[in-house]
Design a protein around this ligand. Structure first.
Ligand code: ATP
Length: 235
C-alpha cells in the first residue's frame, strides 16, 4: 500500500471575517517532496499557508498532518509539530542582530540546525553576527528568515514567495540552499510566482484559482503544459 501523505488537505475553506476566501482546497504533500502553490494574485495561496498554521479567521475541512488535523491544533502549538512558516514579509526583527534573530525562536524539535550550519547554507550571513536585521538586503533577510526556521528543528517548511523582489544572483543562492535541504529530506510547500525558480526545485505544482485547486502538474510535465499554465496565470 502507498505510504500516506505527510499532509493531506481536504475541502479546506477559510474566511477573513465575512469574506469567504478558500472554497474547498484539496492537495497532498508526501514526505521529502517540494510542492508549489501557484496562481494569480488573490487566488488564495497565502491564505492556504496561513490556514495550515491557524492564522486566518474561520476554517472548515481537514488538514491531516502526521495523523492529526491541524484545524484542531492551536496556532501556538503548530511549530511544535515541526512545521515552520516563513511569511512573504519575512518577519525579521529589525532591532535584533543576525545572531539574535537566529537565536530568538525556541528550538521546538530535536535536530534543529546549529548556527554554524545555517551560515554554511547561507554564506552571506556568515560574519554578520552583529549586523542588525535592517541592514541586510532583501535577499539576506530572506535567508535569515529561512535560517531562523531551520534552527527551530522544523522539517516541514511553508515558504511564501521567497524570491519576491530579490536580485537574481541571490535567488540562485536561495534555490541552491533549498535543494540542499530537499536532499536532506526536508518537506517544503512553496508559494511562488517565479516559475523558473519553482521548476528548479519542485516535484509537483498545484494551481490555485479563486480559492480552489484547479490543476496539478508534475514538474517533469511543466514545459509540456506551459500554455495551459499561462492561461491560469493570465500571462
Ligand atoms: P498574492 O500573491 O496576491 O498574495 P494569494 O494567492 O496569496 O495572492 P491571498 O493573499 O491568499 O492570495 O488572498 C486571497 C483573497 O483573500 C484575496 O481576495 C485577498 O484580497 C483576500 N485577503 C487576503 N488577506 C486578507 C485579509 N487579511 N482580510 C481580508 N481579505 C484578505
Amino acid at each position: 500500500m502507498a505510504e500516506a501523505p505527510l499532509l493531506d488537505v481536504k475541502g479546506l475553506e477559510a474566511w477573513y471575517g465575512e469574506s469567504h476566501v478558500l472554497h474547498g482546497i484539496d492537495f497532498d504533500v508526501r514526505k521529502g517532496e517540494v510542492v508549489t502553490l501557484i496562481g494569480r494574485n488573490g487566488a488564495g495561496k497565502t491564505t492556504t499557508l496561513r490556514s495550515l498554521i491557524g492564522v486566518v479567521g474561520k476554517r472548515r475541512g481537514a488538514c491531516i498532518y502526521k495523523g492529526a488535523d491541524l484545524l484542531k491544533v492551536a496556532p501556538h502549538k503548530v511549530a511544535r509539530l515541526g512545521i515552520g512558516y516563513v511569511p512573504e514579509e519575512r518577519g525579521i526583527f529589525s532591532s535584533l542582530t543576525v545572531l539574535e534573530n537566529l537565536l530568538f525562536p525556541p528550538a521546538w524539535q530535536a535536530g534543529g540546525m546549529a548556527v554554524d550550519e545555517i551560515y554554511g547554507l547561507f554564506p552571506n550571513l556568515k560574519g554578520r553576527d552583529s549586523t542588525s536585521g535592517t541592514r541586510l538586503s532583501g535577499g539576506e533577510q530572506q535567508m535569515l528568515a529561512i535560517g531562523r526556521i531551520l534552527r527551530t528543528g522544523a522539517d516541514f517548511i511553508l515558504l511564501d514567495e521567497p524570491t519576491e523582489g530579490i536580485a537574481p544572483v541571490i535567488i540562485e543562492e536561495i534555490g541552491a540552499a533549498l535543494r540542499i535541504l530537499k536532499d536532506r529530506g526536508m518537506t517544503i510547500i512553496l508559494v511562488e510566482q517565479n516559475l523558473r525558480f519553482a521548476a528548479s526545485i519542485a516535484d509537483r505544482h498545484y494551481v490555485l484559482d479563486q480559492g480552489k485547486v484547479v490543476d496539478e502538474i508534475s514538474n517533469n510535465a511543466l514545459d509540456a503544459n506551459m500554455d495551459r499554465l499561462n492561461r491560469y496565470l493570465g500571462v
